[in-house]
Design a protein around this ligand. Structure first.
Ligand code: COA
Length: 216
C-alpha cells in the first residue's frame, strides 16, 4: 500500500554521479560488486559512451528510499536492440523487483518513459516465450501495453541448444498512423551486448562466434 505519492520517486540517472552504479548494473545491487563491475564491464561502458549523447536514458524507481525498479530506453538508432524505425523509442529493459510487486510500478515507469519522449510515434521492445530464463516474458510486455508484430524461433548454438524459444518484436504505437518498427533478424542472432543480465547476452567467452543463436 502506498501511503503517500511522495514515497515513490523516479530519478533519471543517465548523468550525474549519485546513482552511477545503477547505470552499470541491474538492480538489485551491492555497492561493493558495483565498483568492480564498473571497471570490468567494458561493453556496457562502450555502449553508454555511444548512446548517452544520442538520448539514451536510464531511470530508477525508488519506493520508501529503496531502489526497486528501473527502465532503460533510447531512440532506435541508439538502442541496445536490433530494432529500427522513424521516431521510435526502444525500451532496452524494464524491471520491478518482486518485493515491490502489486503497486503497478511498471506502469509508472512506462508512463514516465512515454511522457519524457513526447515526440515519439511509438515504443518498441523485445519479448521472449519458451526461453529458460524467467525474464522479458511476452505476457509481461503485453501487460505493459506492447503487442507482438513479428517473431523469430531460435536457439542458442552451444548452451541448451535443444531448447527452441520465440523472440517477439513488440510494438506500442502512440498514434494509430505510426509506422511500425522493423528489426534485423540476423543481428538478433548475434545476441546483445549492452547488458550482461539480458537473457540474449553475448558473453565475452564466445567472442569468436558472431552469431550465438540460430533459427530452429
Ligand atoms: C512487467 C512488470 C514490470 C510489471 O510490474 P508491476 O507494474 O509492478 O506489476 P504489478 O505487480 O503491480 O501487477 C499489476 C497487475 O498486473 C498483473 N500482472 C503482472 N504481470 C502480469 C502478466 N504477465 N500477465 C497478466 N497480468 C499481469 C498483476 O496480477 C496485477 O493485477 P491486479 O492489479 O489485478 O492485481 C514486472 O512484472 C517485471 O519487472 N517483470 C520482469 C521484467 C523483466 O523480465 N525484466 C528484465 C530483467 S533482465
Amino acid at each position: 500500500m502506498i501511503d503517500s505519492p511522495s514515497e515513490v520517486r523516479i530519478v533519471d540517472i543517465t548523468r550525474g554521479e549519485k546513482y552511477e552504479m545503477y547505470l552499470y548494473r541491474c538492480i538489485p545491487i551491492s555497492p561493493k560488486s558495483a565498483s568492480t563491475f564498473f571497471r570490468k564491464y567494458s561493453k556496457r561502458r562502450q555502449y553508454l559512451e555511444e548512446a548517452t549523447p544520442r538520448r539514451f536514458h536510464k531511470a530508477i524507481l525508488i519506493f520508501k528510499e529503496d531502489v526497486v525498479g528501473q527502465i532503460e530506453y533510447a531512440p532506435a538508432e541508439a538502442s541496445g536492440l536490433p530494432i529500427s524505425g522513424e521516431d521510435i523509442i526502444v525500451m532496452n529493459c524494464i524491471w520491478i523487483l518482486r518485493r515491490a510487486k502489486g503497486h503497478h510500478f511498471g506502469r509508472l515507469l512506462m508512463n514516465y518513459m512515454m511522457e519524457s519522449e513526447p515526440q515519439a510515434a511509438g515504443f518498441a521492445t523485445l519479448a521472449l516465450e519458451g526461453h529458460l530464463s524467467p525474464w522479458l516474458r511476452k505476457g509481461h510486455m503485453e501487460y505493459l501495453g506492447f503487442k507482438p508484430i513479428d517473431s523469430v524461433r531460435m536457439r542458442h548454438k552451444t548452451k541448451h541448444s535443444d531448447v527452441c524459444f520465440e523472440t517477439y518484436l513488440m510494438w506500442l504505437p502512440r498514434r494509430a498512423e505510426a509506422k511500425p518498427p522493423s528489426w534485423d533478424k540476423d543481428k538478433l542472432l548475434e545476441g546483445v551486448s549492452f547488458c550482461m543480465a539480458h537473457p540474449l547476452y553475448h558473453p565475452e567467452t564466445l567472442k569468436t562466434m558472431k552469431q550465438i543463436y540460430e533459427r530452429c
